[in-house]
Design a protein around this ligand. Structure first.
Ligand SMILES: [Fe+2]
Length: 471
């Protein structure tokens, strides 16, 4: 008896249905999620929302946020805003096991943007911290003192486990609030957020109403005052508005958010690198020049050979505008930077590239497209085990809503795509393995909807792609 004849009629029906579903949802071996999100307009939370509440007391510090303050994770930059007067420029801090409070002092700045005047923006770098230690810190004076804490990363080493959160294009809508809550309540606790750009979307308001930078600062505080967020700039940080006389790109962002760029020999806060635990993270600027001989090009050319995979096996790149994106939204906007830098990413075996900008989720196969030389016609992406996986995580939940229109058919390079809001976790286990998961916002819950074991490209460069169509 041939195998087919053993199938019952119901099994035959099921098999046929499966084949049909395969045809519909798994084109070219790639997968578009069958989860259909009800598309509703994303609405900014109103100004009187509890997440924007100003802390009580005269001149109380608000919008407290921290980021890494050096190249290796032994320094932290603490920033905050006081509205009424400059107040104290000091941070008092002490380790969990010590009662001795130390003092670090910094700078206070203000800026004007059209008819907006900022509060007093404080930046203090705390240096010479011990690795793997919980520190408490205080800002403010007397009865308006506010206390927070953070934990420094373990010393840099090849097998140090560390957990990064991924958030992009967050904004300040009800969806943004869900994404942040889901990240904070994820059972795999993220220790540092890799933020891929587009913070407040204040520029969507008339005259880029910078009050929405303040509300965003208060909204994000509940996470970013307790763990560093590593900043990438997006197009919504540009705030370039010659029609109202504002021609200094990145003006509000630059005054409010600091990066430790000098520690990695960068000349600009918008591109830099940090090392943290077992990861070397390179942040690139999609909206600063990157053509040959530009400062960013020259820096990256020198930075990549400095990466020591024996000390930091995981090489992660952050940028705002993605190179591989099969959504119709912002399609090919990252193409010019890809042309400049992709061959370097393959040569230096970047493990993963995280980008934002497109308000949907997408994960690529390991592909490269570097053979084309104008005349040879070889211009399609090909499978390449030395190439990074490209992940678009611009799905934080901002006011512009979801990008639901995809190019059809789904290209081969696209492994999985879905138009939902969410966040991701990159959980490094050791020098060879990291577990990656993406969590969509689904009716108030975070649901794991895509995951992948990453095999390190330096220590374990075998094929880590999933069977086509699975996620
Ligand atoms: Fe963007």
């Amino acid at each position: 008896m041939r195998p087919f004849q053993r199938l019952s009629f119901s099994s035959f029906l099921l098999l046929s249905l499966g084949l049909v579903l395969n045809l519909v949802f798994v084109c070219n071996g790639s997968s578009t999620s069958i989860f259909v999100r009800k598309v509703e307009k994303s609405i900014d939370m109103p100004l009187d929302s509890d997440v924007f509440r100003v802390p009580p007391g005269y001149n109380a510090p608000q919008q407290v946020h921290i980021t890494q303050g050096d190249h290796v994770g032994k320094a932290v930059i603490v920033s905050w805003v006081t509205e009424d007067e400059p107040g104290s420029d000091a941070v008092r801090y002490w380790s969990e096991n010590s009662k001795h409070k130390k003092l670090a002092k910094g700078k206070i700045e203000t800026y004007r943007y059209f008819n907006y005047s900022s509060g007093f923006i404080h930046h203090v770098t705390i240096r010479n911290l011990k690795y793997n230690t919980k520190y408490y810190y205080e800002v403010g004076l007397r009865n308006t003192t506010r206390q927070f804490w953070f934990t420094t990363p373990p010393a840099i080493g090849p097998d140090v486990p560390y957990t990064f959160g991924l958030i992009g294009d967050l904004g300040q809508t009800f969806d943004s609030n869900r994404t942040l809550s889901h990240y904070q309540s994820n059972s795999t606790k993220g220790q540092t957020v890799l933020f891929v750009g587009d913070l407040s979307y204040a520029d969507n308001y008339p005259n880029h109403d910078n009050v929405r930078w303040d509300t965003w600062g208060r909204f994000a505080e509940r996470s970013v005052a307790y763990q560093p967020w590593i900043w990438t700039v997006g197009n919504h940080e540009l705030d370039f508005a010659p029609e109202i006389g504002e021609t200094e790109p990145f003006k509000p962002f630059s005054h409010r958010y600091q990066t430790p760029y000098k520690a990695s020999q960068s000349t600009s806060p918008f591109w830099y690198s940090i090392k943290r635990a077992s990861a070397h993270i390179i942040v690139l600027a999609s909206y600063s020049a990157y053509g040959k001989y530009t400062p960013q090009y020259a820096w990256l050319e020198e930075e990549l050979p400095r990466v020591n995979r024996k000390k930091t096996p995981w090489l992660i790149v952050l940028m705002h505008s993605p190179w591989y994106n099969s959504n119709s939204y912002h399609y090919m906007e990252g193409e010019t930077m890809r042309v400049m830098f992709e061959s370097w990413f393959v040569k230096y075996k970047v493990d993963v590239v995280f980008a934002g900008h497109v308000h949907a989720y997408e994960r690529s196969e390991r592909v490269s497209n570097i053979a084309y030389n104008i005349v040879n016609g070889i211009c399609a992406p090909v499978k390449d085990l030395s190439a990074p996986v490209y992940i678009n995580i611009g799905d934080g939940g901002n006011i512009e809503g979801l990008a639901t229109k995809y190019t059809q058919p789904q290209p081969e390079y696209s492994a999985f795509r879905e138009a939902s809001f969410g966040h991701a976790i990159f959980d490094i286990k050791n020098r060879t393995h990291a577990y990656y998961s993406w969590h969509r916002n689904q009716d108030g819950d975070a649901v794991k909807s895509d995951s992948l074991w990453f095999f390190n490209r330096f220590w374990n460069p075998v094929d880590d792609s999933k069977p086509h169509g699975s996620h």
